[in-house]
Ligand binder design. Structure first.
Ligand SMILES: *Cc1c(COP(=O)(O)O)cnc(C)c1O
Length: 377
């Protein structure tokens, strides 16, 4: 089944012939007094509506197991909770700000070390120590859109007995399936493309490993950061248009990248594969598209505040993946938890702007960018 069909038809045959699934709000479920058996017992452990969403999540990633959490960070925290005292995890220096915060401020208290690496793509055997238990990858990286070779890092990490966790938020299963390339765990902030309308906070974990799946079921039950039934239902519905939305968002982004590259008001544009032919080749070998996030810097002498104020459509706001375009300044917004040196090493200048492209008519977006660039002079 192709992914657009799976997004619509994975769940079928509901009571009364309903064509959308029911929402089960019950926090508790009646059990057989003799055996205390029942498919469900208490909402935190599992409930029918979240279970339906989790079936869809697994189907999208061709995975054995899917889990829905209350946010992308709850999902990432669950993935990193597979680590224990004395373990080390390798991460890119430009990793999502919330993940940076968790690794920087929470993991040390558990005796776990996060080692931030400037260029994760350049990892070699020498970077692994006996305590390296996991590698956490974002490809494309945010907001530099640098590409990491998943096959190479997965092979390297597995040779050293380390798990590979991929944050696939920017690509979604529509464009990239890291589990199929051998990754152990995929996390996503479903707040972004999966939900797609900037109106829902959610996170997902998928895996093919039964032992890891037990750990994630435990994380749901023991830590409790689960997605509520109403939000699970809304995410099931939103996912039905995910491939459709992303296709439009990506074609809009391609047109904007081509336009900005030719614009005298733009110093540089970053998009997957733009850093080198090698990265473009790697990205094309592991993903089926470039997605809908790009970054750029205005040419010297242009006033970025005037540019941002003049924009009519992209709202100046963090987040991405929604039907409406959003623009932000990573140095002061999404990546402010990093030190200035760490940002510099990761290639995130104070002037870099990140644009998440929505589903608007691209002619309106291009005209808007042009008039705002003119206003920035
Ligand atoms: C937003 C985001 C997260 C965190 O997700 P929340 O749903 O905001 O908790 C994690 N990783 C990436 C790449 C993100 O963009």
């Amino acid at each position: 089944m192709h992914i657009q069909t799976a997004a619509v038809h994975t769940l079928r045959d509901f009571e009364h012939g309903a064509v959308v699934p029911p929402v089960h709000l019950a926090s508790t479920f009646e059990l057989d007094p003799a055996t205390e058996d029942g498919a469900y017992a208490y909402q935190r452990g599992s409930n029918p509506t979240r279970a339906q969403l989790e079936t869809v999540l697994a189907a999208l990633d061709d995975a054995e197991h899917g889990f829905a959490f209350a946010s992308g960070m709850a999902a990432t925290a669950a993935a990193l909770s597979t680590l224990t005292v004395g373990d080390e995890v390798l991460l890119p220096a430009s990793v999502y700000g919330g993940t940076y915060r968790f690794v920087d401020l929470v993991l040390p208290g558990r005796g776990i070390t996060g080692r931030f690496v400037d260029d994760l793509g350049a990892l070699t055997d020498a970077d692994f120590t006996p305590s390296t238990r996991a590698v956490f990858i974002e490809t494309p990286a945010n907001p530099t859109l640098r590409i990491t070779d998943l096959r190479r890092i997965i092979e390297l990490a597995h040779r050293h007995g380390a798990l590979v966790i991929v944050d696939n938020t920017f690509m979604t299963p529509v464009l990239q399936k890291p589990l199929a390339l051998g990754a152990d765990i995929v996390v996503q902030s479903a707040t972004k493309y999966l939900a797609g309308h900037s109106d829902l906070l959610a996170g997902t974990v998928t895996t093919n490993d039964d032992t890891l799946a037990e750990a994630f079921a435990l994380a749901q039950k023991a830590q409790g950061g689960v997605l509520a039934p109403q939000d699970s239902f809304r995410l099931i519905q939103a996912i039905k248009t995910l491939p459709l939305r992303l296709e439009r968002q990506q074609s809009n982004a391609e047109a904007i990248v081509a336009h900005l590259r030719e614009h005298e008001g733009i110093r540089q544009v970053w998009y997957p594969g733009s850093h080198s032919e090698e990265e473009a080749r790697i990205h094309a070998s592991q993903a089926s598209g470039n997605g809908a996030v790009l970054s750029f810097e205005l040419a010297a002498g242009l006033d970025s505040v005037a540019f941002l104020r003049a924009l009519r459509f992209p709202a100046y706001a963090v987040s991405l993946g929604g039907v409406e375009s959003l623009i932000c300044r990573p140095a002061t917004m999404t990546h402010e938890a990093m030190t200035p040196e760490a940002r510099q090493n990761a290639g995130i200048s104070d002037e870099l702007l990140r644009l998440s492209v929505g589903i608007e008519d691209v002619a309106d977006l291009l005209a808007d960018l042009d008039q705002a660039l003119a206003a920035a002079r």
